[in-house]
Write a protein that binds this ligand. Sequence first.
Ligand SMILES: Nc1ncnc2c1ncn2[C@@H]1O[C@H](COP(=O)(O)OP(=O)(O)OP(=O)(O)O)[C@@H](O)[C@H]1O
Length: 279
Amino acid sequence: MQTALRTSLPETELASHANFAPQARVAREERPVHVSGLPLTIRGLRKSYGDNEVLRGIDLHIPAGQFVAIVGKSGCGKSTLLRLIAGLEKIDAGSISFGDAAVQPEDIRVMFQEPRLLPWARVLSNVEVGLGRDRSSGDAHARAEKTLTEVGLTDKRDQWPSVLSGGQKQRVALARALVSHPRVLAFDEPLGALDALTRISMQRLLERVWRDQGFTAILVTHDVAEAVALADRVLVIDEGRIAHDVMVNTARPRERGSAELAALEGSILSHLLSAEDRT
Ligand SMILES: Nc1ncnc2c1ncn2[C@@H]1O[C@H](COP(=O)(O)OP(=O)(O)OP(=O)(O)O)[C@@H](O)[C@H]1O
C-alpha cells in the first residue's frame, strides 16, 4: 500500500519533475506539511566578471518547498548563482522567476558563512533586523522572541554577540533570516566554520525549520555528506553549467552514514573529482 503524501505541494509541482517517481513520493513523507516556499525557474542564466565567464547558461526549475543543495569545485560559481537568485547581483543574460508571485524583499533571505551580526546590538535586536520594513511594527519584539525560541536561544536574547560561541552566532543569524518568514532561504556555506558536532546539530536545526516553515531551501556547500543528508536534490555545477542533477530519495529523518547515503555521496564525489582532474 502506498503511504499518503503529507505535503501541500500541488500534484502538478510534483509531476513537473521527472524524478518525482512513486518511490520518491514515499520518501518525501517528512517534507514540510505546509509549503510556503516559492517555485524558482531559471532560464539561460549567464554571468561574467570581466573575461571570466562564470555561469554559461543555467537552466533550472525548483518546485516550491524543495530543498536543493549546490556543490562543485572551488570557484565554479556556486556563490555567484546564489547571489543572483537572491538579487544581490545583476544577471548578464537569461531570467530568474519565482512563479506568479510578486516577490517582496523579505521573501528571499540569505544566510552566509560569517554570521554578520551587529556587534553593538543585543541578540534580540539582531534578530529584529531581519524584519526589514516590519521592524518598527508593534509585534516585532514578539516575532523575534518566537524565532529565537525556534532556534533554541531564548536565554541569550539580552546578550551581546561577542559573548556567543560560533554555533550560537550562527543560530542568531538563522533566526534573523527566518524571522520574516522568507519563502526562499539561500544558505551560502552557513556551517563551514563550525566544528563537526556543532555542524551536525545545526544541520538538524536547518532541516527542522525547513520542515516546519516550508520555505524553498537552496544550500551551497563544500560538504557532499551534508548535501545528501539535507537535500531533496543535489546539483553539481561544472564549467558554468549544471553538470549533474541528482535526486536524494532517501526517507527522512535520514540516518547519517547509512550505506544508501554513502553510495550517493561517493557517486557525487566521483563527478566532482573528474571535474577537478580536468583542470
Ligand atoms: N565580485 C567579483 N568580481 C570578480 N570576480 C568574481 C566576483 N565574485 C566572484 N568572482 C569570480 O567568479 C568565480 C566564481 O566565484 P564563486 O565565489 O561564485 O565560486 P564558488 O563556487 O562559490 O567558490 P568557493 O567554493 O571557493 O566558495 C571565481 O573565479 C571568482 O574569482
